[in-house]
Design a protein around this ligand. Structure first.
Ligand SMILES: *[C@@H]1O[C@H](CO)[C@@H](O)[C@H](O)[C@H]1NC(C)=O
Ligand SMILES: *[C@@H]1O[C@H](CO)[C@@H](O)[C@H](O)[C@H]1NC(C)=O
Length: 504
């Protein structure tokens, strides 16, 4: 034991070079990059044994050697213990007390944060459980749900406790994500588990209100996964012991729209901290305190990524008979008449003499993205400073055009190509890269994206939903979809799934 301690001390005295950082868990070696250091694959929590699967993770492990950097790629089939790690990228110029951007990974990637870090912020990339490992939900003590979002909360606690060692400022932390990552970030803001751990939020192209991010029917999905009507102890044991690959394969066969598993409401538990006490919509409606400044926005042609799926599903042909088959899953109709009537309402709005791929994309943009993001903005704006945007830049990076369907504007994820590109772009593309990086890092530093910059990004207001259009130019505009938003409000007020519960 004594020799072991001596060995550790010896190691500590030998490694004084600045590429090694010491934190309570042990020592970490970094890699020098262009103007910054990267410390990658740092474990921030750990899941031990099959009993820990689906649950809040435990304490972060320690190590004794110097831990070398490692590259992670986490997917839905990754086992938890490979994924509860994060990367810290730190400016290597003289200075310190750096503001921190915590990026919650979604389905996309890789996230190369060089340009952001070179502006003088720390970027932390958080990997977490995904798919059934992260989001299977029975609401009970054994499989409480939301494990993937709880991972993110543990990562935020890790940042609070450790970021000083990287010269970061734990009092200046902005959390951000895109798509499902944005929905997770919003769920974090709705949870008491994360109180005080962040000071600003960025939500790109996603919300916890989107029908694809929140499972009001989580328990039904969990039962369907095992093709069982009853959740027995045996069934839970099988879930804990199955290979993750097998669970994912089964999940992919479920007859559900969008992702099989998302955010859910947890039941009261004495054994585990709860992330969400109610549905995101109810939490947002009653949101009062704990509000921080936010950037929230969407891309103007989000649904372009679905073109080939929509073609394959023969949507244009099916629309000639009616539009009700397109309605989102979180609407519940008590009878066929209501269903058909609502189908006619959306047909009148989007498809009147216009059954084209353009109108189908406009419908999907609103039904799955903008309408929900806008509803979320409307709630946040009553308690927070909200900087609202629309990304409409049609550049060479991002989602490639599909043959035969013109790509106008920006598809889902297109803005990531400019935020997370390490190289230097030329021309208009380069101008967009510099703008986006400047606005986002300004927000991380000053909680004001247009701090000392070429444009004034006004906060959006409850009486006039102004937003910044980020295209070939930067300009403030009115929210362009207020007419369809009114129709969707009407539909969601009448038919949101909670109506059945209220009626009972
Ligand atoms: C997490 O715990 C498991 C089981 O105890 C262990 O095998 C694994 O090495 C741990 N992971 C890390 C990153 O330390
Ligand atoms: C059809 O809908 C698209 C998308 O909303 C719109 O851009 C286009 O102008 C519409 N065309 C007609 C003929 O109304």
């Amino acid at each position: 034991m004594v020799t072991y301690k001596l060995l550790v001390i010896l190691q500590m005295t030998m490694v004084t070079s600045q590429d090694v950082i010491s934190i309570a868990q042990g020592m970490l070696r970094g890699i020098a990059r262009d103007g910054y250091m990267s410390y990658t694959g740092i474990p921030y929590a750990n899941v031990t044994s099959s009993m820990g699967r689906f649950k809040r993770a435990g304490l972060a492990p320690r190590w004794f050697d110097i831990r070398n950097p490692r590259t992670l790629t986490c997917s839905t089939v990754s086992a938890a213990e490979d994924c509860l790690q994060l990367d810290v990228h730190v400016p290597s110029v003289v200075g310190g007390n750096w503001p921190v951007l915590v990026w919650i990974t979604g389905g996309s990637g890789p996230y190369n944060p060089g340009k952001l870090v070179q502006e003088g912020i720390i970027v932390v990339i958080v990997y977490h459980r995904l798919g059934p490992a992260g989001f299977l939900c029975l609401g009970n003590d054994k499989i409480p749900g939301n494990a993937g979002v709880k991972d993110v909360v543990l990562a935020l606690r890790w940042v609070r406790d450790n970021i000083v060692a990287f010269k970061g400022n734990p009092a200046k932390v902005v959390i951000a994500g895109q798509s499902f990552g944005a929905a997770m970030a919003e769920a974090v803001t709705l949870s008491p588990m994360a109180n005080g751990l962040y000071h600003g939020v960025i939500l790109q192209s996603g919300s916890a209100l989107c029908p694809w991010s929140f499972n009001y029917d989580a328990k039904e999905r969990a039962r369907a996964l095992g093709d069982t009507s009853e959740i027995s102890d045996d069934y839970i044991k099988t879930l804990q012991d199955s290979k993750i690959e097998d669970l994912v394969a089964k999940a992919n066969k479920l007859d559900v729209s969008y992702f099989p598993f998302g955010i859910c409401v947890e039941d009261p538990s004495k054994k585990e901290e709860r992330l969400l006490f109610a549905a995101p919509y109810d939490l947002l409606s009653s949101k009062k305190d704990n509000s921080v400044p936010m950037i929230v926005g969407y891309n103007d042609n989000e649904a372009y990524v679905f073109v080939s799926i929509l073609k394959e599903a023969n949507v244009l042909k099916r629309l000639r008979i009616g539009a009700s088959f397109l309605l989102p899953d979180d609407l519940k109709f008590l009878n066929e008449r209501e269903h058909r009537q609502t189908g006619r309402q959306i047909a009148d709005m989007y498809f009147k003499d216009n059954i084209t791929m353009a109108s189908v994309l406009a419908y999907h943009r609103d039904a799955f993205f903008t309408n929900h993001i806008h509803r979320s903005v409307r709630h946040h704006v009553s308690t927070s400073a909200v900087f609202y945007y629309q990304f409409s830049f049609s550049g060479d990076l991002g989602v490639r055009p599909e043959p035969g369907v013109r790509k106008i504007g920006a598809a889902h994820s297109d803005e990531l190509a400019y935020l997370f590109y390490d190289g230097t772009l030329e021309g208009e593309e380069g101008a967009m890269q510099r703008r986006l990086v400047k606005l986002w890092t300004n927000f991380v530093k000053h909680l004001n994206p247009s701090y000392q910059s070429e444009v004034t990004w006004e906060q959006t207001r409850p009486d006039s939903f102004r937003l910044l259009d980020i295209g070939a130019e930067l300009k403030m505009i009115d929210y362009p979809h207020s007419r369809t938003a009114r129709m969707w409000d009407d539909i969601y007020e009448k038919y949101y799934y909670t109506r059945n519960k209220i009626a009972n």
